[in-house]
Design a protein around this ligand. Sequence first.
Ligand code: Y12
Ligand code: CO
Length: 174
Amino acid sequence: MKLNIVTYPDKKLKQKSAKVENFDTRLAELLDSMYPLMMETNGIGLAAIQVGYATQALILNIPDKDDIQTIDNLVEMINPVITSKKGETVYQEGCLSVPTFYEDITRFEEVSVNFQDRQGNTKTLEANGLLAIAIQHEIDHLSGVLFIDKLSYSRRKKFEKEYKKMLKEKKNSK
Ligand code: Y12
Ligand code: CO
């Protein structure tokens, strides 16, 4: 399955993703195609809506202590729901759908999440650190929320101006 990253300001990113009901080969194919794309683009998290599929599926691959991403640390979450959250943390986030832009975002420090795997088995994961941040960022995508939606009015204005300029420069360099 050939996939491309959907980038802001594409309206598709505002779409709410539907719950996965069928744990079939189409779901497996989608997940299998999302992984190489995420690795090629230096991502650590990717939601299905970012490749144009409004379905509640996401993948995460947090680098290890040596800053290496291995498939052993790949997490696939279907129909994830955060069931508890604790604390507060600030991290400079980026998103493959909002290239070249990074901003400090406040998130819960620890989260517990219920989800299903690609076979439909129910799982629970307790996460902290970068994994907890990535989970919240990716689950937001399933509701059509981007990290830039969490910026203050003035920071958002500044972003829109800079992003527009970046898109224009990119277009002119082609
Ligand atoms: C902490 C904060 C955010 C997340 C969500 C997942 N975000 C990403 O995976 C972001 C990846 C990213 C990669 C980039 O590199 C390339 O595109 C080659 C990038 O740089 C540019 O766009 C130039 C920006 C973001 C998880 C945890
Ligand atoms: Co994102």
